[in-house]
Design a protein around this ligand. Structure first.
Ligand SMILES: Nc1ncnc2c1ncn2[C@@H]1O[C@H](COP(=O)(O)OP(=O)(O)OP(=O)(O)O)[C@@H](O)[C@H]1O
Length: 243
């Protein structure tokens, strides 16, 4: 679905992505693990176009996103959904307005169908009667669900999750991770998920990649990944187990 080749991004002298390669398989959940500050968010931002990489290729539908002019990129960008760490809801809008925002902004659906569509995605994220509530009235887990509803209302082909469970207690984290997995099963959406949380990775991943020193140093199906012999990966896995 997406193939990244030789991606490089530096900030001044600091090389964050150092000729990184990664394949994101269609219809699968790919999880990227890595220590703090290794460039996981920079990777997502490079793909969705909020950061401009220095060089390399990001191939989508056999086209390099990095070669595209803005109007062409914006059309492709509509096929991407994004859920950021803080869910990034608009505080001055209620849940209905937040969720409807992308389809209203881009005039994607008929006005009279918007209500039904908002209800459809709120049902998918298992949120009841919350349309009238404002973000300040929601718990952290509910905000993530609203953010996810907003990410899927445009029927994206691929969704990017940047730390979807950070800041949530373990039970709510589990419910969000399960929701991502169930949603992927229902909609067959390709997902790229960045997380620190090994339990989340274990629950949802088809593939796991490990980002370190600007490169994906290990990439495999989940079961094989957990048997990795790479010392850096082992150190990370063992630290999580506490042993
Ligand atoms: N816009 C920017 N300008 C300068 N440096 C940046 C910028 N964005 C990120 N960086 C640097 O790039 C490095 C990687 O940041 P990034 O946020 O991608 O890490 P991460 O792996 O997602 O970390 P975490 O798991 O803690 O969120 C950091 O050293 C960060 O300071």
């Amino acid at each position: 679905m997406i193939e990244i080749k030789n991606l490089r991004k530096a900030f001044g002298n600091q090389v964050v992505l150092n000729n990184l390669d990664l394949k994101i398989e269609a219809g699968k959940i790919t999880v990227i693990l890595g220590k703090s500050g290794q460039g996981k968010s920079v990777l997502i931002k490079s793909i969705i176009g909020t950061l401009k990489p220095d060089s390399g290729k990001i191939m989508f539908d056999n086209k390099n996103l990095l070669d595209m002019k803005l109007p062409e990129f914006n059309k492709i960008r509509m096929k991407f959904g994004v859920l950021f760490q803080e869910a990034a809801l608009f505080d001055s809008m209620n849940v209905f307005e937040n969720v409807a925002f992308p389809v209203v902004e881009h005039k994607l659906i008929n006005k009279k169908n918007i209500k039904d569509e908002v209800r459809r995605v709120l049902d998918l994220v298992e949120l009841g009667d919350v349309e009238e509530k404002y973000p300040s009235e929601l718990s952290g887990g509910m905000k993530k669900r609203v953010g996810l509803a907003r990410a899927i209302i445009t029927k994206p082909q691929i969704i990017f999750f940047d730390e979807p469970t950070t800041g949530l207690d373990p039970i709510v984290s589990y419910s969000i991770a399960k929701l991502i997995k169930d949603m992927k099963a229902k909609l067959n959406t390709t997902c790229l998920v960045i997380t620190h949380d090994l339990d989340v990775a274990n629950l949802i991943a088809d593939f796991i990649g490990f980002l370190d020193g600007g490169k994906i140093i290990e990439f495999d199906e989940k079961e094989n990944f957990f048997r990795s012999n790479s010392p850096i990966v082992r150190e990370f896995l063992d630290a999580f187990k506490g042993g």
